[in-house]
Design a binder for this molecule. Structure first.
Ligand code: RM4
Ligand code: MN
Ligand code: MN
Length: 414
């Protein structure tokens, strides 16, 4: 028996003593799903210099190839988010693009319109004081609604760079009203069975106000819009010290947590590999999700089961493929640890007011070394037991390096 397997057996015995069903844990891990972003495979990101990486994707087909490879290595990244127009096919053949993805063993996830890079958007998009610019942004988003069925995409993921830099620059209430009006039009054009994910961010690129500043504002808007509108939480979009897991718990309980943009931050919207700065926070977020998924509250359970987990990171100096895989695997590890929380024991300690005992029950689960468990899961689903080493051994990185070479990097997102 290998040392990995012995470690797995020891963990299994310990979990059995805590009445945790390891087969159910493995079943949950096998259906985990983390979406990767097409733009993460290109030389994109950062407000300063984007360092070119040899082999980085320049075409949508290459981005889809890369996403498929990440899925092949990890087994839990079967969809890819697209950005329009960055991923607009030259011949507008979205059906062909969708088919190409499916031929590679993946499918398209969220559709992300871009209403922040044209010169017209200097003062914003839907919130712009000029009605013709509002119209331009609205038209683009409605075009994305039309594209979605062709891509078999079931989520319209919206992020706005809108806001102002100076007090008095524009009417705050006016901007709010413009957004409400246009979001409601977009909502009416959502393809059947799809949903709108609304992302918030408390500052940047504007610095006096942003028009969708926080989860509470967005939550209020989702209530006005309807059940197909949900909140998207990007882990980098909060002020220091904000308790993100509490936001997650609230939105789960209200049925309005739609998705995540995973990344990690130390200072601001740093877009680093998820779990690289604060893996404990990632665990605590997953802990709230598992708690909702295993609860008897129907709404919280259904909401937890329907979360779109997406990565939104900027890999500028560390390569493209390996950091993407590492991000997916960090989510897998955090989820595995959250699945090992003995929830009945925890609930009992909470009810009895055993403060430290309850805290330690939770942190003990976090301290578990789940790597042998993950090796076992990978064996059972037939993916490499060590995905990143398998990637380096596969020859894929050399192949794309040779075939694609070193492409020019843009200064911004691309
Ligand atoms: C934002 C946000 C969005 C992303 C843009 C380019 O900070 O995270 O999700 O699409 O950057
Ligand atoms: Mn984001
Ligand atoms: Mn961001």
């Amino acid at each position: 028996m290998s040392s990995q397997h012995i470690a797995y057996e020891i963990l299994a015995a310990r979990l059995a003593a805590q009445s945790i069903d390891i087969e159910a844990v493995k079943a949950a891990l096998k259906t985990q799903h983390i979406e990767t972003p097409s733009w993460g495979y290109a030389n994109s990101g950062t407000r300063f210099k984007a360092f070119a990486w040899p082999g980085a994707a320049t075409t949508t087909q290459q981005k889809l190839d890369d996403a498929a490879m990440v899925h092949k290595m990890t087994g839990i990244a079967p969809t890819v988010a697209v950005h329009i127009p960055w991923d607009r096919p030259a011949d507008d053949d979205y059906d062909g693009m969708c088919q190409y993805a499916e031929d590679q063993g993946i499918s398209i996830g969220a559709t992300n319109p871009n209403v922040f890079q044209d010169d017209e958007y200097r003062l914003g998009s839907l919130g712009n004081p000029d009605p013709s610019v509002q119209e331009m942004a609205l038209d683009h988003i409605l075009e994305c609604c039309e594209i979605m069925p062709k891509l078999r995409s079931n989520a319209l993921s919206l992020w706005f760079a809108d806001g102002t830099n100076y007090a008095g620059q524009d009417s705050l209430r006016g901007r709010k009203q413009r957004f409400e009006r246009h979001l409601s039009t977009i909502y009416q054009h959502l393809p059947a069975g799809s949903r709108m994910l609304l992302e918030y961010k408390f500052f940047e690129p504007t610095f006096y106000n942003t028009d969708l500043p926080d989860w509470g504002t967005v939550y209020a808007w989702t209530l006005k819009l309807g059940p197909q509108a949900q909140v998207l939480t990007d882990l980098g979009h909060h002020a220091q010290g904000v308790n993100i897991e509490q936001i997650v718990a609230f939105l789960l309980d209200e049925g309005r947590l739609g998705g995540f943009h995973f990344n990690n931050r130390k200072y601001a919207d740093d877009d680093l590999i998820v779990g690289s700065v604060n893996p404990y926070e990632l665990f605590l977020i997953y802990n709230e999700i598992v708690d909702a998924a295993q609860s008897d509250d129907e709404l919280a359970r259904a909401t937890a089961d329907n979360i779109a987990y997406m990565i939104d990171q900027c890999h500028n100096i560390e390569g493209k493929m390996a950091p993407m895989m590492q991000s997916v695997l960090n989510c897998q590890e955090a989820y595995a640890k959250a699945l090992l929380v003995p929830r009945q024991e925890l609930a009992a300690a909470q009810m009895e007011g055993h403060v430290l005992q309850a805290h330690n029950i939770l942190t003990d689960a976090y301290r578990n070394d789940v790597r042998p468990l993950l090796v076992q899961v990978r064996k059972e689903i037939g993916t490499p037991v060590d995905p990143i080493s398998a990637y380096w051994a596969s020859g894929y990185e050399e192949k794309i390096r040779t075939e694609r070479g070193l492409a020019d990097a843009s200064g911004g997102f691309q």
